[in-house]
Design a protein around this ligand. Structure first.
Ligand SMILES: [Zn+2]
Length: 501
């Protein structure tokens, strides 16, 4: 049974799906007025891993994520740059999708855009007015917070304390505040100001408030109630509190069975903010970091805990991931040259260790998606494999079991969206320097243009030279490869290289 920490219940609860074998999940998407920063990326990667795990455990997951493509910030940016809000939104929506693909986040099942869903929002606002939960004032529509007694339950706030805070804030008596019947009330629909994007509605030209978007889209695409509503911890209040109030007031039913919130990201133990000058965009990080390494770093912290992001942690993550990749690379190397020798590997124990790793992985992830602990299970297996197989020639009779152990490592990392094989099987050799082709032409008579083949040719030439005791030739090949950043290792199965750059 999978347990998850439910924000509203403030405890771990059993995940009991509403429809057998199916999970409906809604995770608030970006407001598209800029490239997403590394903190946003953490939230989206966390929920991608949760979704992937649920899928791996056999659930049919419907994942809905909106794009907020009409908003004050988008309009402000458009005015600043002298172009339309639609233009700004289109640019950053495309950039967001590109960023998500780069970092291996699966596309949502449905990705509705606010501007294409105005009709369902108007419908929901109308329902709320009809049921006495909302009211119109001069083209604005407000939600009457006190008409929904459970307001504040999700984020653990007391309505009366909230009001006290608001009264103090109102000292300057802002005009718009005076239109509301109660200072806690929030906008469902905003009357259009000149030059802003606007749509026709029963209350005149206007545009939706932010919170109503998610309520309308989740109701339309998942139906109420649905299983899991997620987002960053900063969204719990007021955004999710408001979503919940609107949705439950309108339908008289539960909105989301479970609420999940991801922890925030800090840079060098400081809050990330533009004013501190430590604001990092995802695409800037990816310029110097493999996406797998970034995902790996995120996995090392539980999704609900604050995550500390730093250059140092990135290089630690790269080294740790490299250990898993190397283990698979070693296995491939050994499996490619099995021999008819007597078994020297305790395959029985190895198979048991793989089975144990798989069980420990599931146990950890079933416990509120504890990825750091699940990663620990993978590392235990990697250590077991390294200890059992170091410097051994694998007997042909043992190959099938060893291959299964390899598949276990690859599959478990795959649940995290990390493709270990890309590095292990040569796709990673795209990183080989092109100069190696010229080197192979000179020393090995190579006439192709592929860097991977060039390295193979050089290694063959070196082996042939050594067999013929032409040491000068063998050394020239070695020095040439080392000079380009390769490390050569001689093993019982022959020489192989890794590129360290
Ligand atoms: Zn939302």
């Amino acid at each position: 049974m999978i347990k998850l920490y439910d924000t509203k219940a403030r405890e771990k609860q059993d995940l009991k799906e509403l429809h057998e074998g199916k999970i409906g999940m809604y995770v608030c998407g970006p407001t598209v007025y800029n490239y997403i920063h590394i903190g946003n990326a953490r939230t989206f990667i966390s929920f991608d891993i949760i979704r992937r795990y649920l899928m791996w455990r056999g659930y049919d997951v419907t994942f809905v994520q909106n794009v907020t493509d009409v908003d004050d910030k988008i309009i402000a940016k458009a005015n600043e740059e002298g172009r339309s809000a639609a233009d700004v939104a289109a640019e950053y929506t495309a950039a967001f999708i590109e960023d998500m693909h780069k970092v291996g986040v699966l596309d949502p099942t449905i990705r509705p855009k606010a501007t294409e869903e105005i009709e369902s929002m108007i419908e929901l606002v109308r329902d709320l007015i009809e049921t006495g939960h909302a009211y119109e004032v001069e083209g604005d529509v407000y939600f009457a917070v006190r008409s929904y007694p459970a307001y504040g339950e999700l984020s653990g706030r007391n309505v009366d304390e909230m009001e006290a805070g608001h009264r103090e804030l109102r000292a300057d008596g802002k005009g718009i505040e005076d239109r509301k019947r109660d200072q806690l009330d929030f906008a469902l629909w905003k009357a259009a100001k000149p030059g802003e994007p606007a749509w026709e509605s029963p209350w005149g030209m206007g545009r939706p408030g932010w919170h109503i978007e998610c309520s309308a889209m989740s109701r339309k695409y998942l139906g109420l109630p649905f299983d899991i509503h997620g987002g960053g911890a900063d969204l719990a209040f007021p955004h999710h509190e408001n979503e919940r109030a609107q949705s439950e007031a309108a339908c008289g039913c539960t909105f989301a069975e479970h609420w999940m919130h991801g922890g925030m990201l800090q840079i060098n133990k400081e809050k990330m903010s533009k004013s501190l000058g430590n604001f990092m965009l995802l695409r800037d990080v990816l310029e110097t970091t493999r996406p797998e390494v970034l995902r790996f770093l995120m996995l090392q912290t539980h999704y609900r805990s604050p995550l500390d992001f730093s250059e140092e942690r990135l290089s630690e993550a790269a080294a740790a991931l490299g250990r898993i990749e190397n283990a698979v690379k070693n296995l491939d190397w050994q499996l490619a040259s099995t021999a008819e020798v007597a078994s020297s590997v305790n395959v029985q124990r190895l198979a048991e260790q793989a089975q144990h790793a798989r069980e420990a992985f599931i146990e950890a992830m079933d416990d509120d998606f504890n990825a750091p602990r699940a990663l620990g299970a993978v590392f235990d297996l990697v250590n077991d494999v390294n200890a059992e197989l170091a410097d051994k020639t694998i007997a042909e009779a043992d190959a099938a079991v060893v291959r299964e152990v390899r598949e276990t490592i690859v599959a478990l990392m795959g649940v995290f969206g990390i493709d270990i094989e890309a590095q292990a099987t040569g796709e990673g050799t795209q990183a080989y320097p092109v100069e190696v082709v010229a080197l192979a032409a000179e020393l090995a008579g190579f006439d192709g243009d592929d860097a991977f083949d060039a390295v193979e040719a050089l290694l063959d030439a070196r082996a042939a030279a050594r067999a013929a005791k032409e040491w000068a030739v063998a050394d020239a090949v070695r020095d040439g490869l080392v000079g380009l950043g390769f490390v050569i290792e001689d093993t019982p199965q022959g020489a192989r290289v890794t590129f360290e750059g």
